[in-house]
Design a protein around this ligand. Sequence first.
Ligand code: IPM
Ligand code: MG
Length: 357
Amino acid sequence: MRASIALLPGDGIGPEVTDAAAAALDAVSARYGHRFTLTRSPFGAAALRAGDPPLPQATLQTCLAADAVLLGAVGDPAFSEGPGERRPEAGLLQLRRELGVYANLRPARVWPGLEHAVPLRPERVRGLDLLIVRELTGGIYFGEPRGRNHDRSEAFDTMRYAAHEVERIATVAFESARKRRKLVTSVDKANVLECSRLWREVVTEVADRYPDVRLEHQLVDSCAMRLVSDPGSFDVLLTGNLFGDILSDEAGAVVGSLGLLPSASIGGRGGLFEPVHGSAPDIAGRDAANPVGAIASAAMLLRHALGASREADAIESAIGAALDDGCRTADLAPPGAPAMGCTAMTKAIVGRIGDLP
Ligand code: IPM
Ligand code: MG
C-alpha cells in the first residue's frame, strides 16, 4: 500500500513524540511492505515564530492533499497572552474545522501490567476499556457570537449545537458501541443548558435505530464523579466538545497517565490523529515524554484512515508487550524509580513490532 501522511510536529514535546510515531510507521511499512511518504510541515508556535499564522496556508494544503494527518501537540507559553487568532491552539481548531473531522474518538484503557501505576485501587480499574466519542467541530469551541466588549468589562462565548451535528456524532457513538459492549452513556448538562436538552432529544431519536445498544443519559457533573468511582461501568461515552475535552483528561489520569491516550478525529477528509496530551513545555527537549499516546495514534491512523487493521494491531500489541515487560517512562514509573526516556521507550516498542506473528 502507498499512502501520504502529513506530519505536524508542533510545539513542546510534539516533535519528540511525532518522531516516535513516525518510527513506528516506518517499522510497520518495512515489516508489511508498504510505502508511506511522511511530510513534515510547520504548525502552531513553530509557524508563529516564523511570522506565519499557526496553520500556514501551505501546511493546510499539504494536510488536505494527504491521506491522513498525524499531529504532535500545540501550545507554547510564549504565545499564551496573544489575541485568539495568534495562539497556537487556534491553528488546531482551524485544522479540525477545515478537515471536517467532527468525530473525535478517544479510547482509554488500563494496559495489562499498569494496574499498579494508576491512582485508583487496582480492583476499581481492572479491565477498564472505554471510548470517549467527543463532538469536535461544534459547540462552545466554535459558536458565534464570541468576543469581548470594547471596555473589556465582559467576555462571551456561545454554546450552539445544530440537531444534525448531534445526530451525526450520536450515530458514530452507536456504531462504535455496536462493535463493543453495546452501552452508550450520553453526557450533557440538560438540567441547565438548552443545548443539552436538544442533545438529549436527538440522541434518544438516534437510539431508536439501535435497539441492540443500551442508551443512558448522565449529567456531566455526576459523570465526572462516576469516572473515578466506577470507571469500569462505562463503554462508550458520547459527549460534546467542551465536556469531552475535560472528561478525556480525567480518563487519562484514571488509566495511569494522559501520556498514554491516543485519538482519532474522523468523519471528514482523511482524518487527523493526535495524542490527547498537550505540548508539556516543562519537559520539552529533555527526552522525558511518553511516546505511547502518539504511537497509539499512529495505530489509529492505520486502522481508521488506511484500513490497515493488521498493522494497527501490530503496533498496539507492541505497546502492550513493552508495558507488560515493565518499560516505563517517568509519568508511569513509581516515584524515585528509574524511568526510560522517550527515545528508549520508542525503541522498546518499535523493536517489539518485528517480534509479532
Ligand atoms: C485537546 C486539547 C485541545 C482542545 C486544545 C489544545 C485546543 O486540549 O485536544 O484535548 O481543547 O481540544
Ligand atoms: Mg484537552
